[in-house]
Unconditional design. Sequence first.
Length: 312
Amino acid sequence: MDWSDRIGRRIKLRDLHVMLAVAESGSMAKASQKLAISHPVVSKTISDLEQTLGVKLFDRTSQGVEVTNCGAALLKCGVNVFDEMRQGLKQIEFLTDPTSGELAVGCSEIMNAGIMPAICERLLQQHPGVQLQVIHADVALLQFNPLRERKVELLVGRLPDPFVEDDLAVELLLQEPFVAVAGVNSPWARRRRVELADLMEESWVLPPLDSTPGRIISGIFVASGLRSPRPEIATLSIQLTTTLIATSKFVGVLPNSVAQFSSRRVGLKILPAKIPATLDAIAILTVKNRTPGPLAKLFIEHARAVAKSLST
């Protein structure tokens, strides 16, 4: 195909927009209603596209239309075109006013209890006009669809091992250890030397032992030559865990970032107990070959700074 004669001059963004509407609606009649244009205009747009490209984009049926393989290829291109246009407009908006704009980020509850508030605070201090939308998506549980479906621009989470998602790009923020924690008013908080074995008879709040974090923590006790304690309260809720430990009636084991930031927010004390090296990877995920928006790039910069502050 000659780009100038057959494509560049004849296919317009409006044509791709109409095609996307037809594909999403499943019929030209519904697409015309959605776009508020006449059915003949929609039909002619699709026919002209097919004539220009020399292929069928849709199979017509009595129930509506079905996308052909060639149509699916052009749809993918169209989605990418509009995504790049959207990012370009965001870039223009950002250059006009760097303190404004919207950014959607996906993360899990444990990130919200750890590094996310610090990243958000740091970003909004420098760019107070930015609006952040934080959507629940747990990377550790392979919840990647919000990213692939463009509901968020990036994900922040604990990287599963092994990680086999070929279409996603990974930037490792930090690899953090686990630490033993108690409430700031706990007798253990005043001890300069504490061994993990000293805490075995305490009341524990831990993840269920058959969960992924529970198995990791159980492995820490085994590596210390100890049996994993029976938790008085078994929960995956990090909010419940930190709140109970803060009462000083319970002890627990938390990722370092959660323990550090929660120590300031709810009153936890990281105990000087030696924990066998068990590193947990926190990463930022984006889609390969999809240009991050300017606010996403800013968010990543601040995330790097927060991660660096934890590792120094």
